[in-house]
Design a protein around this ligand. Sequence first.
Ligand code: SAM
Ligand code: SF4
Length: 315
Amino acid sequence: MRISITDRCDFRCVYCMSEEMTFLPRTQILSLEEIYLLAQCFTELGVGKIRITGGEPLVRRGAIELLQKMGSLPLLNELVMTTNGSHLEHSAAQLKQAHVARLNISLDTLDAQKFKELTRTGELDVVLRGIDAAINAGFKGIKINAVILKNRNHHEVVDLVQFAIDKGIDISFIEEMPLGLIDAHDRAVAYYSSDQIRDDLAKQFNLRHISETTSGPSDYYRIQGAPIKVGFISPHSHNFCSTCNRVRLTVEGRLLLCLGNEHSVDLKAAVRDPKNTPDDLKQIIIDAMQIKPEKHEFDLNEQPIILRHMSVTGG
Ligand code: SAM
Ligand code: SF4
């Protein structure tokens, strides 16, 4: 499962946020103690893997301490995190000590100017130093996530894979999802499919499809002569709903049963109700699974039906 520990971010990526994004007031978000208690309930119900995400998880004060506590949950198999990399230079070693096993780090371009355009506020150099710090810290796995947009960064897919090969880390390409209203581009015009990316890569690399999965939505390939995997997350062109067993806890305490639907249960109300014991919370979570929808309904040519931005959902 994914747990978003903040909706705030030091970046404003063009596909994730509008320029004037407002964040939730503090009273509306789960406290770190509430997040920990809910994480404990989920692990006791059999959830083996928790991905911490956001917003940018490392901008929340107390994030490292929370990760340290979560990393020691006795029934948790794997604690992993998705980050924009902006704080890794100074936090990578602490995250490793907190038993974070794997990191997904977002990186859409290797061009400093383009990086600034896509993230609005980010500095490429800082993120590249963060990636090196993560590699030096010795995580079990590091993967780059790149959202590819036509005419913005689609011509960089070969360079991004070469970067991943040079660093010895995996990479996944993501089709942009229509979550929340954005003002930077028309999503239908910016759509660049995983098939197009694969065709571009095939001109440079010898790709071989593999059946290996990480139980996530990525479809993986290996590159001949290189030790890395290349993944494709294709919500539009290759719907992955039939194999999805994920749930997401937003920082507002909504347990979302699907990225592309509004089916949810309010766990903030449940965790704040003094009458509820941990066993009651677990029963509420079990009952919530009954409303997990069959599939998402993304349509690039329509206005988004999901008005939550990815930073609120917890990508
Ligand atoms: N701030 C962290 C980061 O950027 O890695 C974690 C949260 S971010 C919402 C998680 C992932 O969602 C990132 O890899 C980001 O590129 C991706 N993402 C954000 N908005 C998206 C969208 N509209 N479609 C597809 N992926 C998106
Ligand atoms: Fe922030 Fe991540 Fe969204 Fe970019 S994708 S704005 S880094 S939350």
